[in-house]
Write a protein that binds this ligand. Structure first.
Ligand SMILES: [Zn+2]
Length: 86
């Protein structure tokens, strides 16, 4: 992975970290969500488990603190494309 790509992934990763916790309202307002743990695209309605009532849990892999909504403004397609390479 070249330096630009690595830096970009780091920036996106930090954005993701800021949006995968305490994100119940943001998930509800999103058109789609991405689990950064398993890479699955999710519909907000598929997220039915909430860690401590406020952190989205992935219905597929069960991870809390890994689901990010499109409403976060993070380019999730781009982030996911990096995930597949690694
Ligand atoms: Zn998952």
């Amino acid at each position: 992975m070249d330096e630009n790509r690595k830096r970009r992934l780091q920036v996106l990763g930090e954005m993701v970290d800021n949006h995968c916790w305490d994100n119940r309202e943001e998930i509800a307002a999103s058109d789609q969500c991405l689990c950064t743990g398993c890479g699955l695209w999710l519909d907000p309605t598929e997220i039915v488990r909430w860690h401590e009532g406020k952190h989205a849990c992935c219905p597929e892999c069960g991870l809390a603190g890994a689901v990010v909504g499109s409403k976060s403004g993070i380019p999730l397609d781009e982030y996911r494309s990096y995930m597949e390479i690694e």
